[in-house]
Design a protein around this ligand. Sequence first.
Ligand code: ATP
Ligand code: MG
Length: 422
Amino acid sequence: MDYRAPKGTTDVIPAQSYKWHYIESKIREVCALYGVREVRTPVFEHTELFLRGVGDTTDIVQKEMYTFEDKGGRSITLKPEGTAGAARCFVERKLYNEALPAKMYYLNSPTFRYENPQAGRYREHHQFGIEVFGAPQASCDAEIISLAWAVIQGLGVKKLTLHINSIGCPECRPKFNEALKSYFAAHVDELCDTCKGRLERNPLRILDCKSPVCKQIAQGAPKCIDHLCPDCKAHMEQLEAYLTRLGIPYEIDPMIVRGLDYYTRTVFEIISTDIGAQGTVCGGGRYDGLVEQVGGPAIAGIGFGMGMERLLLVMESLNLLPEEPAVTQVYVASLGEEARGPAFGFCNELRLAGVRADMDHVGRSLKAQFKFAGKIDAPFVAIMGGDELASGQVKLRNMATREEELLPLDTAAAAIAARLAQ
Ligand code: ATP
Ligand code: MG
């Protein structure tokens, strides 16, 4: 029996979880500023949803999904991305009958992809993502890019580049696809097997292939940006104007087509230039065809997914994560059997007053309790022994300055809480 975690998965141990909380609270704060509320959808969906909603010519669907049959014979897939589930929820819950645009975010959404694990690339990772339904205008594209930018910059990561591109719409894409087809047809023998299959069905996907040879060939491919219809062109120009207004620098990158099939027009990635590989922290785009594709009305959509682990990796490498706040602010130490009960009661009073308090359960000596308090970095120790009990007091020791003072026991919890709140 192998008791190690499956390949490509990790644990967040208790001493590390505060880092996640730190990022999560920043994300919730920024989402609130943009009027975005949280959505929670299941970790698994019917496989069909991803075939339709992600697209059966994508790497995700062709190579990376965790798909299995459940005991009822249904084909189930663990979420490989967040958008399809959110779109399914939007349609199934008829959220289109409510005020539009509907803006939602998901946080720490477990995301499963059968990939070759390496730093920043796992088989289970977690995404923060945004989906906005019902706003086809370019200002909305700029708004959600600005939200992602605000989150990452707000966490202190300053060296970012935004890459944008437009992959057109059902109006102009077919003509572009033809141009791509004839370009790649001339190189068909060199393409990887997956891309050979894509040539007829979805040549755009070849631009997204990770194989070095396909990548090399793709460098010379025609650019979608040169084949846009007037509406798509205008949309792109408006997006650029809004980004300029926001002061967000951008580069047009014709190689970004994104991994999903139902993207239209704007696609983008935000890359941290501080770490080398796996620096793409956020990827997103517009998917005006998706809601209809999964059985809803023709309603536009735009969103992004941000890898939490990648964000953490960047922050860790830049030393941007704060120290962990004191897990225990006051450690209640007791001397002798008769003091244990009062110490237990006082510890509870501290907690009721909002102080993070803890005490010994395993019968350590007073000396060992102090040692333990030092080990967990408790800034204060409250000492209760025979003398303190007899005089109705508790002794509070500041562990940094070694100063001690006596406080009346009946008001001590409130007094300590007030002091710590300052
Ligand atoms: P890549 O080109 O790196 O494979 P992708 O296009 O597959 O990325 P998206 O589908 O856009 O990635 O996912 C959104 C974000 O989720 C990525 O920008 C990245 O930060 C993160 N991410 C994607 N796959 C993984 C993974 N296997 N492990 C950790 N994070 C990931
Ligand atoms: Mg990928």
